[in-house]
Ligand binder design. Structure first.
Ligand SMILES: Cc1cc2nc3c(=O)[nH]c(=O)nc-3n(C[C@H](O)[C@H](O)[C@H](O)COP(=O)(O)OP(=O)(O)OC[C@H]3O[C@@H](n4cnc5c(N)ncnc54)[C@H](O)[C@@H]3O)c2cc1C
Length: 405
């Protein structure tokens, strides 16, 4: 256990990654600690932040990519240092990280490290997949405006939506994408001449949510005549717009939309932090404190972690969990730096989260999750409504205001 020294020395907190988890942690820490107590530095290779769910609104045409990216250097106005650089090395025994720029200042020392580097997309791991005018990685925000154009110009044929592997960010998102595409095609007058099909590697649509909720999701797809194909793990993309699955099935497509495989960012794969010693997988953390196993002043939150719940089921990769974990990590660091022993409540992540599942026509359902429930994870799906859709819009608006206004 780290014993926090009083405010004689200004502590250095480094936050790696200015995404959902990193921004949430930086803002909470800045609110809880004075400049004299702590310097907070956030490092990201990107200059901008955009929430993942905005991809859906760009696809629908209600938002533009260029109007949705917020500059990260506004953090400086809040007393949070922002460094736009790539992190290339973690030297955890010496509490130092290295960035790509070859200057004398490319090594940073920390008292506390929060790793919030998210998940990297790896479309190149799909055999035969090449981005072109018929093949799209729908999780790449830069490609989504072109995908929308392509959907609008397609007159007939088959759109295949394919989840290449698990885990992937936001488990309901591919279903939201297929429902929104169905809406776009209906408004475009082409729905009746285009088949919309979704192929997934697992036996049910949302393994973390269990069989009942998974069936509810399939019913939503059925209502919009979207064909659902479980147990279809993509083997390769062949010439002549053909997909081959590991179960031997082959299908033709006119437009292929993939959710690509995800993996930990390279700097993490090169570190000693992975669950799997074969340099596969994600960072293992204490499920309540989010501390890494070996280094008590090093925390990891969000998509870069793996927290096992039950068998193969893990905490889903979703911003709401990154945010919940950021709160717990910030609380622990604030208590340690301020030497606050009066706070009897021990900060513990509770595994709770929620999300709004968009189903088209400005309507959304609500998924509520209690993953650490002692009797086993419980997940509830509330019926879609227009009000829930408005709450989804507010979900993004409120966080952007809080983190980057
Ligand atoms: C289409 C879609 C819809 C979604 N909908 C929802 C939703 O409704 N609700 C929800 O909760 N979640 C949703 N998500 C998931 C959510 O976006 C992610 O789970 C969330 O962003 C994870 O937060 P994070 O902080 O772990 O990582 P991220 O937000 O991905 O941030 C990681 C940051 O690290 C940076 N980085 C990585 N490697 C390096 C490096 N070597 N050097 C410097 N910087 C680096 C990246 O540039 C990035 O900014 C959705 C995602 C998608 C794609």
């Amino acid at each position: 256990m780290i014993t926090a020294s009083p405010t004689t020395k200004r502590k250095q907190v480094l936050i790696l990654g200015a995404g959902f988890g990193g921004l949430s942690a930086a803002n909470l820490l800045r609110k809880g600690l004075t400049q004299e107590e702590c310097q907070i530095t956030v490092i990201d290779k990107s200059k901008y932040f955009m929430m993942g769910l905005v991809n859906l609104w760009i696809l629908k045409g209600t938002r533009r990519l260029d109007a949705s990216q917020t500059a990260l250097d506004v953090l400086e106005n809040k007393g949070i240092s922002f460094l736009n650089n790539e992190i290339t090395r973690l030297d955890l025994p010496n509490s130092t990280i290295t960035t790509a720029t070859k200057t004398r200042n490319n090594k940073l020392v920390y008292d506390y490290l929060i790793i919030a580097l998210g998940a990297e997309l790896a479309p190149e791991q799909i055999n035969g997949f090449k981005e072109n005018e018929s093949c799209f990685n729908v999780y790449d925000a830069q490609r989504v405006p072109y995908l929308r154009e392509k959907i609008l110009t397609l007159k007939r044929g088959r759109i295949a939506i394919c989840i290449a592997d698990i885990p992937y960010k936001c488990p309901p998102a591919p279903y939201e994408i297929s429902l929104l595409i169905s809406d776009i095609l209906t408004k475009n007058g082409t729905r009746d001449s285009i088949d919309l099909e979704i192929y997934i590697p697992t036996p049910i649509s949302l393994p973390v949510a269990g069989a009942n909720i998974s069936q509810d999701v399939v019913s939503l797809l059925d209502d919009k005549h979207i064909k659902f194909h479980p147990q279809h793990k993509l083997k390769r993309v062949l010439e002549n717009k053909t997909l081959e699955f590991e179960n031997g099935n082959k299908i033709n497509y006119d437009l292929l939309i993939v959710v690509p495989p995800h993996r930990a960012p390279e700097v993490i794969r090169d570190s000693e932090l992975l669950v799997d010693s074969n340099k596969q997988g994600w960072i293992s953390v204490d499920r309540f404190t989010l501390r890494t196993i070996k280094y008590k002043n090093v925390f990891a939150i969000g998509d870069v972690t793996e927290i096992r719940l039950d068998g193969a089921i893990t905490v889903p990769k979703a911003g709401i969990f990154a945010e919940g974990e950021a709160k717990i990590v910030s609380e622990q660091i604030i208590n340690e730096i301020t030497n606050n022993t009066n706070n009897n409540r021990i900060a513990k992540f509770d595994g709770k989260g929620f999300c709004f599942m968009e189903i088209g026509d400005k309507t959304a359902g609500y998924i509520d999750a209690d993953l650490y429930n002692e009797a086993g994870p419980t997940i509830r799906l509330d019926s879609p409504s227009k009000k829930l859709y408005q709450m989804k819009l507010e979900f993004e608006r409120s966080r952007m205001k809080e983190w980057l206004s």
